[in-house]
Design a binder for this molecule. Structure first.
Ligand SMILES: CC(C)(COP(=O)(O)OP(=O)(O)OC[C@H]1O[C@@H](n2cnc3c(N)ncnc32)[C@H](O)[C@@H]1OP(=O)(O)O)[C@@H](O)C(=O)NCCC(=O)NCCSC(=O)/C=C/c1ccc(O)cc1
Ligand SMILES: O=C(O)CCC(=O)C(=O)O
Ligand SMILES: [Fe+2]
Length: 363
């Protein structure tokens, strides 16, 4: 059977492949598993989207910060500088138990091992809710070239809603990971806010900084031609902060100086933290939401699990009053957060362009 499918797919039209991947719920994981020899042409990315050896800064790395020392003012300073300069850092000794991380990784594999007919139930057209979505690539209708990634995206509303709507093979482990990471997120936001002269996170600020959460389970299967495609194209996150758990395969790259990229090496037990566009806007550009992308692997399947900490969809975001108090000019105008996110989802990944949506144009 697999043999027949492989012969069929290897000789199929683009449309048949797209149906197999997108409509029937096989995803790129399905393509990978039938032993595809060559990357289908709709996945071939323009050469400039591929990070070759020559574009990597081998000696550079994003900071690794030990959170057990966070009460030390010098460590607070390291966190702030990392958010200002790199927009990305890894944390260790963060208080989220290693079993919680291992359990959510295993749960992610369990979800993706489900048969296509099961996963298909969560495709946009069949899912019982907009808050649960299984998909592939990022925005297939808008993309010139597809991305080599399948995902399950879960927008968190409440434990009760999750217990009804989220797939039972991964629900409990995902919720546990979200719950257990809450303390470290709050702590990081406290430190980052102090530096902006925001001394108290009241109810309004709490909503703006962490009023909603989305968690994605990303699956990047073995790719037959990793030198021709990407797992995720260049983008910045639209979150306030993103907390990312990756496995031991590697492949995440962050924009460094000029046209160079920095690899984020897997560090056992660590979490990758990055600033998203919402925090760049609210900090009036002080904290940087940095472009990043994922390259595929020719010999290993990879997973990653980002938690996007966001404003609420109904929040209006703009630079904080405290940041502008000293007379600094606002770089960004007020935008409704759900408009911002819809703008992001409706186009293909395009590097740092999403934030132009909120930029004030001065002539
Ligand atoms: C606008 C949202 C996202 C959906 O609202 P809705 O009422 O369900 O509206 P729609 O169902 O009409 O969705 C709007 C559009 O977004 C698309 N979309 C709806 N969720 C999704 C979805 N998880 N995936 C990819 N399209 C979607 C959806 O397909 C639709 O596009 P289109 O059909 O072309 O009109 C709403 O939940 C909202 O405002 N959420 C705010 C919190 C939030 O989710 N923030 C996003 C944080 S995610 C982040 O930072 C980075 C994410 C990311 C993700 C993938 C990457 O490769 C890289 C980065
Ligand atoms: O897979 C990764 O390491 C990064 C994923 C990512 O950038 C995203 O989901 O927004
Ligand atoms: Fe991202």
């Amino acid at each position: 059977m697999a043999q027949t499918t492989a012969v069929f797919i290897n000789h199929s039209s683009s449309d048949a492949i797209t149906d197999f991947v997108l409509k029937h719920g096989n995803g790129v994981k399905g393509l990978s598993e039938i032993g595809l020899k060559n990357l289908p042409k709709q996945y071939i990315q323009p050469l400039e989207e591929i990070i070759s050896e020559a574009k990597i800064m081998p000696q550079a790395s994003i900071p690794i910060i030990d959170m057990s020392e966070l009460d030390d003012p010098s460590v607070e300073e390291v966190v702030r500088r990392a958010a200002e300069k790199w927009g990305f850092f890894q944390i260790i000794n963060h208080g989220v138990p290693i079993e919680v991380l291992e359990n959510v990784k295993e749960a992610t594999h369990r979800f993706f091992r489900l048969p296509a007919e099961e996963k298909r139930k969560y495709l946009k057209e069949f899912s019982p809710s907009n808050n649960v979505r299984f998909g592939t690539s990022f925005s297939p209708e808008a993309e010139k070239a597809l991305e080599w990634k399948d995902y399950l995206s879960l927008f968190y509303v409440s434990e009760d809603e999750a217990s009804v709507l989220w797939p039972s093979v991964c629900r409990d482990q995902v919720l546990d990971y979200m719950r257990r990471s809450e303390i470290v997120i709050r702590r990081l936001l406290d430190v980052l806010m102090k530096n902006l002269k925001v001394t108290e996170i009241d109810e309004t600020k709490e909503s703006l900084l962490m009023g909603s959460k989305r968690i994605n389970l990303n699956y990047y299967p073995i790719c037959p031609n990793p030198e021709l495609t990407v797992g995720i194209g260049r983008h910045s996150d639209v979150s306030t902060l993103t907390v990312l758990l990756q496995d031991d395969v590697g492949g995440l790259y962050v924009r460094g100086d000029d046209d160079y990229w920095i690899h984020v090496p897997p560090v056992n037990g660590s979490l990758v933290i990055n600033v998203g566009d919402a925090l760049q806007i609210m900090s009036n550009g002080r904290y940087k939401s940095v472009e990043h992308c994922v390259m595929t692997d020719g010999s290993k399947n990879r997973i990653s699990i980002p938690i996007f900490i966001n404003p609420r969809p109904s929040d209006k975001i703009s630079p904080f009053r405290e940041v502008l108090a000293s007379g600094e000019k606002a770089v960004y105008k007020e935008v409704l957060y759900s408009d911002y996110v819809k703008h992001f989802f409706r186009k293909a990944h395009d590097g740092k362009k999403t934030i132009d949506f909120a930029k004030i144009r001065r002539i």
